[in-house]
Design a protein around this ligand. Structure first.
Ligand code: PLP
Length: 376
């Protein structure tokens, strides 16, 4: 969709990346690190100071006690961390539970390992976890579950009850919980992120994964981290990471220490700016005739276009929207493996400047009119 957005000169609300600058002090630190010749490989699991900064941040926000020497690996983004974690724990034929809709790299990661994805759809309209379906997905061949909270694309922030059920099932079937917490700092209203590793009894069962792409507006730097408090899990993950990438980019890891140590005010300000963006986007989509459920976290909204006069599916709708309305979004079915799901939805990403979103909303307000005139 990004390629189509470029081709049709559309506002790109498909891929989730900011169009506003990264914090100046973080960019300065990266430039300094390059000029200081911090340009060679690091040891595979990352620059020591960066791992210390991750440990400090985990303690600061969640009270998690991780040993930087044993438990923390700096990766090339969450994307690599997910693949490394799955390759570390999944053997051919093992099943991995994946909650649908899902972020795009989970299913390929499982297939790279020769594993079998077992999908559990969230229940519309509120995208809650269906306890019966989740229970039914676990069995003797289950090796892991991938849990993304705050959740892309639904905007859910899973509750303590939902996460507790996941923990109980993982315990019952001796499965590893691989998390993706990349949107940990983007939550709305009273919703707060709960890292699954902080639930009682789960500390040695979880590989906690997060990244710097979203929180510090540096998606192109490719920095993330994986934390396994169980040393055997951590060693397996580090081994895979070594052979996948050797190490994450050294000067950017150095600069990451500045980002990870930004004061709490940075996160508070960011959260406030995302409330404004979310509200602008939701109001605009409702006005344009979409049905939406305001996200509890992350920076996406799944918008149902059933009430617009569209005769085709989500794929043709997303193409038309990009071409004719000049706003790009992702077809809903891209987030599902189960056939037939997501076909009346598209996902809009709103990590954009307010003027970008205002222009997108202006364009979207013309969609209904164009369709009534038979413009589709
Ligand atoms: C849920 C989720 N996980 C991972 C990623 C990719 O993260 P990274 O840039 O750290 O590889 C994204 C990017 O959109 C995402 O939405």
């Amino acid at each position: 969709m990004t390629r189509l957005a470029l081709r049709y000169d559309a506002i790109n609300l498909s891929q989730g990346f900011p169009d506003f600058p990264a914090p100046a002090e973080v960019k300065d630190a990266a430039a300094r690190a390059i000029l200081n010749d911090e340009n060679q490989y690091t040891i595979t699991w990352g620059v020591p100071e960066t791992r210390v900064a991750v440990a400090e941040k985990l303690a600061r926000f969640y009270g998690i006690q991780a040993d930087p020497d044993k438990h923390i690996t700096i990766t090339c983004g969450v994307s690599e961390a997910i693949v490394a974690a799955v390759l570390a724990v999944v053997n051919p034929g093992d099943e991995v539970v994946i909650i649908e809709p899902f972020h795009e790299n989970y299913v390929p990661a499982v297939r790279f390992a020769g594993g079998v994805p077992v999908c559990v759809p969230l229940q519309p309209p509120d995208f809650s976890i269906d306890a019966g379906a989740l229970r039914a997905a676990f069995g003797p061949r289950t090796r892991a579950i991938i849990v993304n909270t705050p959740h892309n694309p639904s905007g859910r922030v899973f509750t303590r009850e939902e996460l507790t059920l996941i923990g109980e099932l993982a315990e019952a079937w001796d499965a590893v919980i691989i998390t993706d917490e990349i949107y940990e700092h983007i939550t709305y209203d009273d919703h707060r992120h709960i890292p699954p590793v902080t639930l009682p009894g789960l500390e040695r069962r979880v590989i906690t994964i997060s990244g710097l792409s979203k929180t510090y507006a540096i998606t192109g730097w490719r920095l993330g981290y994986a934390v396994a408090l169980d040393e055997a899990l951590s060693t397996a993950l580090r081994t895979v990471h070594d052979y996948l990438t050797i190490c994450a980019p050294t000067p950017l890891q150095k600069a990451a220490t500045v980002a990870l140590r930004l004061p709490t005010a940075y996160y508070e300000e960011q959260a406030k700016s995302y409330v404004r963006r979310r509200d602008l986007m939701i109001a605009g989509l409702l006005e344009a005739g979409f049905s939406v459920r305001p996200p509890e976290g992350a920076y996406y909204v799944l918008a149902d276009f059933s009430h617009l006069n569209w005769q085709g599916d989500d794929m043709t709708f997303a193409h038309w929207l990009t071409r004719a309305v000049k706003v790009a979004a992702v077809p809903g079915s891209a987030f599902y493996l189960t056939p037939g799901l997501g076909k009346t939805m598209v996902r809009f990403a709103f990590p954009k400047r307010e003027e970008t979103l205002e222009e997108a909303v202006r364009r979207l307000s013309r969609a209904r009119e164009l369709l009534q005139k038979g413009g589709g």
